[in-house]
Design a protein around this ligand. Sequence first.
Ligand code: AMP
Ligand code: MG
Length: 273
Amino acid sequence: MTDLKDIDDAILIKPKDKNPLKDRDTECAGLFSDRDEAEALTQENAEAINALQDKLWAEGRRALLVVLQGIDTAGKDGTVRGVFNACGPLGVNVTAFGKPNEEELAHDYLWRVHRAVPKKGVIGVFNRSHYEDVLVVKVRELAPADAVEQRYEQINSFEQHLTENGVVVLKFMLHISKDEQRERLQDRLDKPHKHWKFNAGDLEDRKLWDDFQKAYETMLERCSTKHAPWRVVPADKKWRRNAIISSVVRGTLEDMAPDYPKADWNPDDFKIQ
Ligand code: AMP
Ligand code: MG
C-alpha cells in the first residue's frame, strides 16, 4: 500500500520547481510495484469515489474538476474508464476538448471551458482542456506568441477564481515515453478493432515531440500553483497510472469530507399511509 504522501513526493509539482518534466520518470517502478495489488486498489478507490460523490451531490456545495492532459495515446480515455467506472452517469460529467468550432473560436479561449466547469455536487472531468491553448496552439502557432504568453497568468487567475468559488481543481499530466507512444500507435495500426482510434494527424504531432515536451515543461513551470498544482503521472503502465490517479482523487474527496445534510425535520412527524 502506497500512501498519498509517497505518491505526491514523486508526482506533485511545486510552484517554484525547475525542469518539472525533464528528469521525471515515465515508469516510476517504485510506486506500486505489484500489478495485481494496484488493480485491486484502483477498483476499491473507484467504489469509494462513487460513495463520496453521492455525498458531494447530497451536500450540493462544492464541485471537483479533474483535468487530464497528455499527448496522443497518453491514456486520457483509459483513465476516465478506469477511475470513474463505478460512478453513476448523473454524478460525473466528462468533457472532451477537440479543435474549437467556429462559435468557440468567435469567443475568448476560456469561454467553452468555463461553460463545462462542473456545477456544485458534480465531478467534472476534462479530457484535454484550456491547456491546449498553451500547448498545441503554441507549438503549431495557432495564435500570436504574445497572446499565448499572456495565457499562463490568465489561466492561473481563472483557476484561482474557480477554487475560491467552491471548485476543487486537480490537474494530471499523463507522462509517457516516446517509445511507449510508438508502441501504442503501432497497436492502433495492427489491431482492426483499434483502427477507429488511429489518426494520421497524430504522426504529425509525434514529429514535433520535442516541441510538445518543451511546451508541457513551460506549462508545468508556470501553472503549477498553490491553489491548483500539477501532478505528473508516470503513465507507461496503465495499471500504475490508474492506481495513482484514483488514489489522489479519492484522497482529495476524503479531505473535502462531503457529508449528507442533516434534515431540519423529524421523520417521526410523518406517517406514510
Ligand atoms: P483527440 O483528443 O484525440 O480527440 O484530439 C483532439 C484534437 O484537438 C487534438 O489534436 C488537440 O490538439 C486538438 N485541440 C484541442 N484543443 C485545441 C485548441 N484549443 N486549439 C487547437 N486544437 C485543439
Ligand atoms: Mg488523438
